[in-house]
Design a protein around this ligand. Structure first.
Ligand code: HEM
Length: 147
């Protein structure tokens, strides 16, 4: 639940892209909007970070809330708006390996160390506005105290 929520709030791949295979029209939804033609051959960026932080899909999106992914709640999430590893036939080929590796690493760290605040640790994390990828302003500083 914690890993899923971390990947929602801070998806390492903030966007992905697709090439349009045939002309497609996105119909207006709100009053005053125009039709949008996606022409065959155009490349579209899909804003993963924005979708994961959209309050229509994730109420109170700023809140780090692993309970969103509990057994009772996870079925309420539409899989097309939870896309840290992309979506469809060209989604991430390494997603299972990445999750296994990440969980293993986390369990080894938490088994052997207490993770503590240092003078440089920022809580909450402040995102660096000068980078396209998600990064913590000034770096990600944590202290590891051996048990
Ligand atoms: C937390 C770690 C990772 C994240 C968040 C991530 C995320 C992504 C995303 C968003 C895509 C694009 C999918 C789409 O557009 O639908 C992608 C594609 C891909 N990823 Fe990952 N990835 C991760 C780790 C890995 C690892 C460990 C490997 C290999 C061992 C890997 C191999 C690939 C490959 C080969 C593609 C291209 C797949 C294709 O075009 O068919 N990824 N990944």
């Amino acid at each position: 639940m914690v890993v899923c929520e971390s990947l929602r709030k801070w998806p390492p791949a903030v966007t992905t892209d697709r090439q349009v295979s045939k002309d497609f029209i996105i119909e207006p939804v709100k009053p005053g909007e125009k039709k949008l033609l996606l022409e065959k051959g155009a490349v579209c960026w899909l804003p993963v970070f924005a979708i994961h932080n959209d309050a229509r899909f994730y109420p109170n999106p700023e809140k780090f809330d692993p309970e969103r992914f509990s057994e009772e709640n996870k079925h309420k999430i539409n899989p097309s708006v939870y896309i840290p590893f992309g979506y469809g036939p060209r989604n991430c080929i390494g997603s299972r390996f990445a999750l296994l590796e990440g969980k293993l690493l986390l369990s080894y760290i938490l088994k052997n160390f207490e993770v503590v605040k240092t003078g440089k640790t920022k809580i909450p994390v402040v995102l660096d506005k000068t980078q396209i990828n998600l990064a913590s302003e000034g770096g990600m500083w944590l202290g590891f105290k051996k048990f």
